[in-house]
Design a protein around this ligand. Structure first.
Ligand SMILES: [Zn+2]
Ligand SMILES: [Zn+2]
Length: 236
């Protein structure tokens, strides 16, 4: 992504668009959050979910059956919202309708919850990389844009140059968990030494955690001790 273009689009949006609540469209007095206080209460917050993979759980359990049997390579996952309206519309508009300037409000949604729940902060943020062919098609990596805005809000460095997706993979939407894992195997590689102990992988939406799990595997092989996954929303 051309970061200068993105910066300009983001600044233009700040100047031109009145600060409206993304839910009710009334004037939003909150400068650091895209919703007014009333609408904030109505957002689709995740309720009880697995402390390792972030999947919604019905009862008051701490871990899902899958994580007890065969845990992912990351240690914990924080996705504060369910992938439902209005969160899903924001993410879709950012990703598919060419609105990179929305990365800021999406990051604000996530940052507020990270602060609210006093989530442990890592040394650096690592956005989920896109394969170069996907990046060329879209023109930007939404996870990188979200991570950069999040980095500003939480004062954390963003490392975009350490993990690369070196093999294009098929779209995963209709694949089973087993197919996803097979599809993703060895599709990421480390580009340079990390020298970090604690990192958070940043994604827009976390589904099965197969992608982030594959990245976490590489990070852990290369000396990272503690890997968190941060996503705005979680879905299956
Ligand atoms: Zn509102
Ligand atoms: Zn789990």
């Amino acid at each position: 992504m051309d970061s200068i273009l993105y910066k300009k689009a983001s600044q233009a949006a700040d100047w031109l668009l009145p600060k409206k609540c993304l839910v009710c469209c009334n004037v939003n007095p909150n400068r650091d959050h895209p919703c007014c206080d009333e609408c904030y209460q109505t957002l689709p917050f995740q309720r009880n979910c697995c402390q390792q993979c972030g999947q919604a759980l019905a009862a008051n359990q701490d871990y899902c059956g899958r994580c007890i049997e065969s845990p992912p390579h990351f240690d914990t996952c924080f996705c504060p919202f369910e992938y439902e309206s209005p969160i899903s519309e924001q993410i879709c508009a950012l990703k598919y309708n060419q609105h990179p300037e929305l990365a800021k409000s999406v990051a604000q949604l996530l940052a507020r919850e990270i602060k609210k729940f006093a989530i442990e902060l890592p040394e650096a943020l690592i956005p989920v990389p896109l394969h170069i062919s996907r990046l060329r098609g879209r023109g930007f990596n939404q996870s990188t844009l979200i991570a950069r805005e999040l980095g500003k809000l939480l004062q954390l460095p963003v490392r975009t140059n350490v993990v690369a997706k070196h093999r294009a993979t098929q779209a995963q939407a209709r694949q089973t968990l087993k197919q996803r894992k097979k599809n993703l195997r060895n599709s990421f590689k480390l580009k340079k030494d990390l020298r970090l102990q604690r990192v958070a992988i940043v994604d827009d939406v976390v589904t099965t955690g197969s992608t982030t799990g594959e990245i976490a595997k590489i990070l852990k092989k290369n000396g990272v001790d503690y890997v968190q996954v941060w996503g705005v929303a979680h879905t299956l």
